[in-house]
Design a protein around this ligand. Structure first.
Ligand code: SAH
Ligand code: SF4
Ligand code: F3S
Length: 468
């Protein structure tokens, strides 16, 4: 019920922001005398990519065009990621480089947003040591971007805004979509899980799902405008719908999108094993448009470490999900995220991870060495293991995975797949199958964005297919 009262307030807020877009448009036309250009760079996950599409939607309404060339940009926007230290170091480096650009183009507006910007320690450092950054705003107030630009342009003072704001989803923000036939569709925001190593719940705030009718309306719009693949986005899509007025589970949502007319494919990420229900696996298996691929991050194979990570499942229940999914969808492929070197993770724990990797036989893995994130519980946990041991284990794991991937790829020879042609590479095409396999195939550039049936004929580091 609370949502109803909120709804109109939120609509009014977005109307206000659209008003700022109009005003900024006039100001920048007068200021520059030409259509100014924005350079938007996105770090981090798909959620951030999708946010950038919305920020670009605002920029378009503010009168900006887009450029990939920093040297001709009138506005620079870095949408940042805080998930690992390395990600942050890179951003600080790249923001440092902007000093020279600003000297050459003093009228350039430099803006920084996203998960790093949401953190006070980052905004303090930027305020002090990077005086040429004009606007900094956190993820939780990103819907106010036009207002921040307006304030900077009219008052001249630097704008720093990263308060906590858990008011939920703002519908109606304009979108500038980059992809032509592959589209991102955010279905929720935030995260409530507080895995002990992870900064995301702190920077993204609480979990909120979009109402099913808003998601479905946008899905329809995307399909009507030529989408061949829709990627549903959320930090934990399996818990979709908890706050919605119209109760719906993620399985239900998949079924509804699957029922929409058109030839398109549905992908989703990310799934959390603790919320991966049998209802969802059954829905996947019964929905022909849903990919036969499940990215199900396990993080590690030791129950002791899983507990310390606050993941709320153990290796046995995880393997049950894998077996059930395989039973329902024999051709399914799995991928996962693994963290090596969580505080106190011993050789014995690591061996359990390797055993689990071998047991599941993932098609591929996203592998990370634990990076302590200040403010998270794991950053305070005592560690007994050396850096050398962690790197050795990391390499060992990669080797194990390489062997599995090679074996799985060879076993794919002779299999039939349906490819969405995603890229043209010289006189060849590159397509992706429902199982998330990337396959090279002969064809014409006009085939881009179409589906093709293919037989996998070879693997020599890449899969090769023949149209059938
Ligand atoms: N919400 C998603 C992914 C979030 S971040 C999920 O729960 O699966 C993507 C991946 O980054 C995580 O799955 C994890 O493997 C990794 N990661 C997150 N925090 C990390 C840290 N502090 N150090 C190393 N890897 C981390
Ligand atoms: Fe981070 Fe865990 Fe949330 Fe994923 S589910 S974003 S790993 S806290
Ligand atoms: Fe990074 Fe934020 Fe995504 S921390 S991984 S951009 S949610």
């Amino acid at each position: 019920m609370e949502n109803i009262a909120n709804l109109s307030e939120k609509q009014i807020e977005i109307e206000r922001q659209l008003g700022f877009c109009e005003r900024v448009r006039e100001i920048v036309m007068n200021k520059y005398g030409y259509k100014p250009l924005a350079f938007v760079h996105t770090y981090g996950c798909q959620q951030n990519v999708s946010d950038s599409e919305h920020l670009k939607g605002y920029l378009e309404l503010m009168g900006y065009g887009f450029t990939d060339d920093l040297n001709e940009a009138d506005l620079v926007l870095y949408n940042t990621c805080a998930v690992r230290e390395h990600a942050e170091t890179r951003v600080f480096g790249n923001v440092g480089i902007l000093k020279a650009n600003k000297r050459q183009r003093p009228n350039m507006l430099i803006c920084m947003c996203g998960c790093m910007a949401q953190q006070t320690k980052v905004s303090d450092r930027i305020r002090k040591s990077y005086p040429y950054v004009d606007i900094l705003f956190g993820t939780q107030v990103r819907h106010k971007f036009p207002e921040f630009v307006y304030r900077k342009l009219t008052q001249g003072k630097r704008v720093f805004e990263n308060p906590k704001d858990d008011s939920g989803i703002f519908e109606g923000i304009p979108v500038h979509r980059d992809g032509t036939f592959k589209k991102w569709l955010p279905i929720m925001q935030g995260c409530n899980n507080f895995c002990t190593y992870c900064i995301v719940p702190y920077v993204r705030g609480r979990e909120f799902s979009r109402e099913p009718e808003d998601v479905l309306a946008e899905a329809k719009e995307l399909i009507n405008s030529g989408a061949k693949e829709i990627m549903l986005l959320g930090q934990n899509v399996n818990s979709y719908g908890k706050n919605c007025q119209h109760k719906m589970t993620f399985a239900g949502l998949l079924r509804e999108i699957n029922a929409l007319e058109g030839d398109f494919r549905i992908r989703f990420m990310t799934s959390h094993p603790k919320d991966c229900s049998d209802e969802l696996l059954v829905a996947m298996s019964e929905c022909e448009k849903v990919e036969r691929h499940l990215h199900l991050p396990v993080q590690c194979g030791s129950d002791r470490v899983l507990k310390a990570m606050n993941r709320h499942y153990d290796s046995a229940s995880y393997l049950k999900l894998i077996d059930r999914a395989r039973e329902l969808m024999p051709n399914i492929q799995f991928t996962s995220d693994i963290i090596v070197g969580f505080p106190g993770e011993t050789e014995e724990d690591f061996i359990k991870t390797v055993e689990l990797i071998k047991r599941v036989e993932y098609y591929s893995l996203f592998t990370f060495i634990f990076s302590p994130r200040p403010g998270t519980p794991a950053a305070e946990m005592p560690d007994t293991e050396s850096k050398e041991d962690k790197s050795r284990r990391f390499s060992e794991m990669l080797k194990v995975q390489e062997e599995i991937s090679l074996r799985l790829n060879k076993a794919l020879i002779g299999k039939k797949v349906r490819l969405l042609i995603e890229e043209v590479d010289g006189d060849m095409l590159i397509g992706r199958s429902s199982e998330n396999l990337v396959v090279r195939i002969a064809g014409k550039p006009e085939d881009l964005g179409t589906f093709k049936n293919a037989l996998i004929v070879d693997f020599d580091g890449v899969l090769h297919g023949k149209e059938i």
